[in-house]
Design a protein around this ligand. Structure first.
Ligand SMILES: Cc1cc2nc3c(=O)[nH]c(=O)nc-3n(C[C@H](O)[C@H](O)[C@H](O)COP(=O)(O)OP(=O)(O)OC[C@H]3O[C@@H](n4cnc5c(N)ncnc54)[C@H](O)[C@@H]3O)c2cc1C
Length: 817
């Protein structure tokens, strides 16, 4: 070791970017930062390059993921790996062998067809093939139970260490410095920034820090004060000796119904998989000296994979076993990687927790990180991987371990539409949780909250049936929807994220961030987006002006952390504005439907008529004996009132509304009824339609852009886009299939055999009795006279491009009464 250390160059004093971790992700980040022109980049690695999870990865490079943009990120990895050896002169072991996906069940075929349909939307080839064709491609498989298959010809396999060394060489060639055998032990802080990295070989100053420490991410995060919910799990694969007659050009194989994957390696097979009962390891901290090491092979635990594997590939039974590799890998509570700007600090980024797809993701993830650091945003909207998706409840290690265990076990199981997780549930409950449960609420979880998805009438089991076809709750949601359109419903929306922004600088601050005009009279509620300098959407929210210098901001359930980050990131330094999160202070009951006014009026002396309480305003009311602040808004296209109720009054208000509501036909409604009504009304949501890829003009929200007000973030770009005309248009398409369709997400929208875009929100409008989808379409192709089609699970349906986005009550007669 002494000899080795003598060779290590002395640590430099400082660098523009310091990356901790010399695995594939750290090296790819350095490669792409230098490729984009930033030279002053340093990697600090406690062992040698690749000595964490990277060196022992199996090396399968698959591209298909359930999220479209993540598949595109992986598609970029493949294009990079295809030329990396030529660029750097280092062997990468990259082989575009293709990947064969097997299906033993009808539901798996649905998934494969969905994958093939999604892949087609951006030109990635994936063929659905017969069992016989699968056997031709891969003669070592037994076709027992196989009902179909898919082949992705551009997938492949690589030598993980080779790819990483090549990325490192590319980075070094352009100026990056790599310090191995240098352990990061702590940090120096300057206010909300990391100013220097402390190592066992001295300190190094930095302007930007990137945490790429894989399974060590949690503990390095702890040193930084950044919550990084990565959980190491054991992961095993078997390596055989050479198998006689094994075809050299064997594709990689995924037999997810048997929980297995395979690849060819030096004439033998590598076989691994994802057992249902994964084993966490080192959850309280991984030793710093765990370098280039493996865990003890656990043959007993692996038996649940090796037995089905011997049936699928009988040649395994005869093969000599070379070794069983047991290496830890970083998994996460939702099965996606953790990337992006750490919300707790101003100059720290994170890229780790790759859930056993770090080799496949490596190239693309490094590029996304470099774009994030240099340009402020990655070129693809990868919100599902964004660290800001985690909430305060992810600070619990117990929660993260429990949920990650379930998600690890589901790595290869069918991903059902509307599937909810079962572990670590019930942690955030509204005061109405039990009253609603007594009334049949069937809960789903979002951002830790239990939210009623639908209500099972008496005699109906309060459970979701998992299916790709019409589910058991469909008719019950239809009844809730109908009651909202005809009478009145109560919806518990307590999970909304709420912030109070206050102070002498509050108005100027919010007006600088918002595209809409916030300077309106006290009592006004404004719907607005907050955009970045490119004019694309960062947040979508309503802002109620409670006093001259006090505002209430309401954001969708899962986007609180992201909104808070955006607000904090732009907060003026002089202390004239304060922000308080109020989510836990107020329960929210939405009283909505044509009879909502009569119902609410029966419990309050305040004037809540259209004249006394107009649409898009807020007002303090006494509801019975409870103080309530109400926003008169509509989330579903009916007359309605959102009641913001101090938590301790919530049950009382609900009981009062329920009792009084019996005369008005009141019923409960859940989030699936909201989704159906929302679609009919043409409303868009952040994360589905409203994302940093699109501007308010693209989304049909030009009425929210006040170009006549003083400077605001994104104004220049939005003014230009308005004068040139937006390139995209968020459209509504309907399918008259004569029956409800359960359409897949991100389904290609086709016209004249050209894929114009993909669907965003999709569902069934129970009032209109139509299948409804939103999709962004290039504006020059927005011609309802042309024929359109939507492809879902490889079925092609003729679709109508609706002339307007709003199908239900476009004149807003139901709301403005
Ligand atoms: C058995 C197994 C099979 C796999 N098979 C595949 C596969 O087929 N395909 C695929 O895509 N993925 C696969 N993976 C996943 C893949 O290996 C990982 O996702 C990937 O290697 C993660 O890379 P990384 O750079 O994030 O982490 P790592 O490679 O672990 O790099 C993190 C680095 O940070 C360093 N570090 C940590 N703490 C400090 C500190 N305090 N100071 C300095 N340095 C520090 C570590 O030494 C380490 O080198 C597999 C994983 C396992 C375990």
């Amino acid at each position: 070791m002494m000899k080795q250390l003598n060779k290590i160059p002395a640590l430099q004093d400082g660098a523009q970017v310091v990356i901790i971790g010399g695995g594939i992700i750290g090296c790819s980040t350095a490669y792409h930062l230098t490729k984009m022109g930033w030279k002053d980049v340093v990697i600090v690695e406690k062992g040698e390059l690749t000595s964490g999870s990277t060196w022992h990865a199996a090396g399968l490079v698959g591209q298909l993921r359930s999220e479209r943009n993540i598949t595109r990120m992986l598609q970029y990895s493949v294009s990079l790996y295809d030329q990396l050896e030529t660029e750097t002169g280092l062997a990468t072991g990259w082989k575009m062998s293709g990947c064969l996906h097997l299906a033993s069940t009808r539901e798996r075929m649905y998934e494969l067809k969905k994958g093939a349909t999604t892949a087609r939307s951006f030109g990635l080839e994936m063929q659905i093939i017969s069992p016989g064709e699968a056997h031709d491609l891969c003669p070592i498989i037994s076709l027992d139970n196989i009902i179909g298959a898919a082949f992705m010809p551009t997938d492949g396999q690589a030598d993980p260490a080779g790819i990483t060394q090549a990325l490192a060489k590319g980075a070094r060639n352009r100026g990056a410095k790599i310090y191995e055998h240098t352990l990061v032990t702590g940090f120096e802080f300057d206010n909300n920034r990391v100013s220097a990295v402390q190592t066992d070989r001295g300190n190094i100053k930095c302007e930007i820090l990137v945490n790429c420490t894989g399974i060590w991410g949690y503990q390095v995060g702890k040193m930084l004060g950044v919550n990084t919910p990565v959980v190491p799990f054991q992961h095993q694969f078997l390596v055989t000796e050479a198998i006689e007659g094994l075809p050299p050009n064997l594709p990689t194989i995924r037999d997810k119904d048997s929980l297995l994957y395979y690849k060819e390696e030096v004439g033998g097979l590598v076989m691994g998989g994802y057992e249902r009962n994964g084993i966490p390891w080192g959850v309280d901290g991984v030793p710093d000296d765990f370098t280039s090491q493996l865990l003890d092979a656990d043959f007993d635990h692996f038996q649940q994979l090796s037995e089905p594997a011997m049936q699928r590939t009988p040649c395994l039974a005869e093969a000599g076993i070379s070794r069983l590799v047991n290496g830890p890998e970083g998994f996460t509570p939702d099965g996606d990687a953790i990337m992006g700007p750490a919300p707790e600090l101003e100059n720290v980024f994170v890229a780790l927790g790759f859930n056993a797809f770090g080799i496949a993701a490596g190239g693309g993830a490094g590029r996304m990180m470099a774009e994030w650091i240099i340009e402020g945003e990655p070129s693809l909207d990868i919100w599902p991987l964004d660290i800001r998706r985690f909430g305060p409840y992810h600070r619990s290690r117990a929660y993260n371990v429990e949920r990650t265990r379930e998600v690890y076990g589901k790595h290869y199981t069918i991903h059902w539409p509307h599937e909810e997780h079962r572990s670590a549930r019930g942690i955030r409950r509204s005061p109405l949780y039990f009253p609603l449960k007594e009334n049949g609420a069937v809960y789903g979880a979002k951002y830790g909250w239990e939210r009623a998805n639908w209500f099972a009438p008496q005699g109906t089991a309060p459970e979701d049936e998992l299916t790709f076809e019409i589910p058991n709750w469909f008719e019950h949601v239809a009844a809730e929807h109908q009651n909202a359109r005809e009478n009145v419903v109560l919806i518990d929306q307590s999970s909304f994220c709420k912030f109070e922004v206050e102070g002498p600088g509050a108005l100027a601050f919010l007006n600088r961030l918002s595209a809409n005009q916030i300077d309106r009279p006290v009592g006004k509620v404004t719907y607005t987006q907050m955009c970045n300098e490119r004019g694309t959407i960062e947040c979508d929210l309503t802002v109620g002006r409670l006093a001259n210098d006090r505002f209430m901001l309401v954001v969708g359930t899962a986007f609180g952390q992201r909104a808070m980050w955006w607000l904090n990131h732009h907060l003026p330094a002089h202390g004239s504005v304060s922000i308080r999160e109020m989510t836990s202070a107020y329960a929210v009951i939405n009283v909505i439907g044509p009879k909502s006014r009569e119902l609410l009026q029966s419990l309050t002396n305040s004037d809540i008529s259209n004249a006394g309480f107009p649409f898009s305003t807020c007002k303090n009311l006494a509801v019975g004996h409870a103080p309530v602040m109400s926003f008169r808004l509509s989330y579903v296209g009916e007359l309605g009132y959102e009641l913001y109720i101090p938590m301790e009054f919530a049950v009382y208000v609900y009981e009062s509304l329920w009792a009084a509501g019996q005369d008005f036909g009141v019923k409960n409604a859940g989030y699936r009824a909201i989704a159906s009504m929302h679609l009919e009304k043409g409303y868009a949501d952040w994360g589905s339609e409203l994302t940093p890829e699109y501007t308010p003009f693209d989304a049909g929200l030009g009425f929210c852009v006040a170009l006549d007000k003083d400077d605001f973030i994104g104004k220049k770009a939005l003014a230009r886009i308005k004068s040139e005309g937006p390139k995209w248009k968020l459209c509504t398409l309907t399918i008259d299939a004569g029956r409800p369709l359960m359409l897949q997400g991100s389904a290609p929208v086709i016209s004249n055999a050209e894929v114009l875009g993909v669907t965003a929100s999709c569902g069934y409008g129970h009032t209109l009795k139509k299948n409804i989808c939103y999709a962004y379409i290039p504006t020059e192709k927005d011609d309802p006279a042309k024929g359109f089609e939507i492809e879902s699970y490889q079925e092609v349906y003729p679709a109508n491009l609706e002339p307007g986005r709003v199908l239900y009550d476009p004149e807003r007669k139901k709301i403005l009464v």
